[in-house]
Design a binder for this molecule. Structure first.
Ligand SMILES: *Cc1c(COP(=O)(O)O)cnc(C)c1O
Length: 381
């Protein structure tokens, strides 16, 4: 088992001064205790190769061009004493090419988490109704709740099938915002552009936020719709397929009116210089990206075949770069996997996902070695 973080809470008898009490809605939130295998894995360096498959990051380093341009910049300047290029202008123009969206409909952010936060801060008031199909990416929910918004969860019986009807049923004229992740984390369900289009049309007063963190893997996107619908925001990231999770770069696409509103609190220097340079370099090497995407597709085929022949495990091979496994004893499976150097994400506490773990998919060569280890945990039929 991975070591649990020990969090020391200092409890004092005297109430804290008024000025250091969190604001209304934030008081209601529970501090986020991030669980990542990173620390455990770092402590194990030197033993047999480790599979860090718990956070859906790319399993290989980014394009070598990323490192080259960052090293070049650090060596040749302009120096890091200067603020970064404002609003990541050069990167934004390159993103316009990549996405086929006009530059005045794009905004670069410090990871897509930053985009989600910015959206909530700009558009959500106390008591606003926010519809969220669950299970979902929980950071968004926290950002929305910190503004005092009311979350209306939408849960369907089959978490791995389209939930459009249930979403429609949950929406009312009062719905301020709908948060959709496609492919969804952690279920992999894809929201098709026709469905997004209908929702934008039928709920013109609802802001529809489409989180496409895994777009590159599914190749299904609603981003083209931002030209036509003034109530749609699409967010994306360099953290997954591009392999730049450590740099923190994301972006959003939306109607210029939405951007005008967001820019009231947007910080144009929130993306650091090296992150901007790294993301630009990654965009300049789409061959590298596409090779990785092909590897992940082939790996998913191998895993589908593998799990079909195993007992005691049900597998969903998603349109993203992860699979969901349902096992009979999560704790025991996690213990066995960690014993073999395989770190995955426990998702069994999510309603409807009892017994489920999520596992990132990497390259073919990695998957071959992974399957060797998985064979020891999941016996043949
Ligand atoms: C990983 C992930 C993100 C986070 O992206 P960053 O750009 O690293 O902040 C956002 N949304 C979903 C659904 C994710 O899975």
């Amino acid at each position: 088992m991975g070591k649990r973080e020990v969090v020391l809470r200092i409890v004092s008898d005297t109430p804290p001064p008024r000025g250091v009490v969190a604001a209304g809605p934030v008081r209601e939130l529970v501090p986020y205790e991030a669980v990542s295998s990173q620390r455990t894995i770092e402590a194990l360096q030197g033993s047999s190769p480790i599979f860090k498959l718990d956070w859906n990051e790319s399993t290989i380093p980014p394009s070598p061009k990323v490192q080259q341009s960052i090293v070049h910049h650090v060596t040749n300047g302009p120096g890091l004493n200067w603020y970064p290029e404002l609003s990541s202008r050069s990167l934004l123009l390159a993103l316009s090419d990549y996405t086929n969206v006009r530059p005045d409909q794009l905004m670069v952010t410090n990871g897509s988490d930053d985009a989600l936060h910015l959206i909530c801060s700009t558009f959500l008031d106390h008591d606003d109704e926010v519809v969220v199909p669950v299970p979902t990416y929980n950071h968004f929910v926290v950002f929305a709740q910190s503004k005092g918004a009311k979350i209306v969860p939408v849960q369907t019986e089959n978490l791995f099938a389209s939930n459009i009807e249930a979403i429609r049923d949950a929406m009312t004229h009062k719905t301020r915002l709908l948060y959709l992740v496609s492919p969804n984390n952690p279920t992999g369900v894809v929201a098709h552009p026709e469905m997004i289009e209908e929702l934008c049309q039928d709920f013109p007063n609802t802001l529809i936020v489409l989180d496409e963190a895994y777009f590159e893997f599914s190749q299904v996107t609603g981003i083209g719709l931002v030209q036509r619908f003034p109530n749609l925001i699409v967010t994306r990231t360099f953290s997954k397929a591009f392999g730049l999770a450590g740099l923190r770069v994301g972006y959003l696409a939306a109607h210029p009116d939405i951007l005008e509103n967001l820019s009231r609190i947007y910080n144009p220097k929130s993306v650091n210089t090296l992150a901007q340079i790294g993301a630009l370099a990654a965009l300049s090497d789409l061959d590298y990206l596409n090779e990785y995407l092909d590897e992940v597709i082939e790996s998913k085929r191998m895993l589908r075949e593998f799990f079909a022949q195993r007992q005691g495990v049900e597998a969903w091979i998603t349109a993203a770069n992860f699979v969901v496994l349902r096992v009979s004893d999560v704790k025991d499976t996690l213990r066995q996997l960690e014993g073999l150097g395989v770190y995955v994400r426990d998702r069994s506490s999510y309603q409807g996902m009892e017994g489920c773990i999520r596992m990132t998919v990497g390259t073919v060569e990695q998957t071959q070695r992974l399957i060797d280890r998985l064979s020891k945990v999941f016996p043949e039929r």
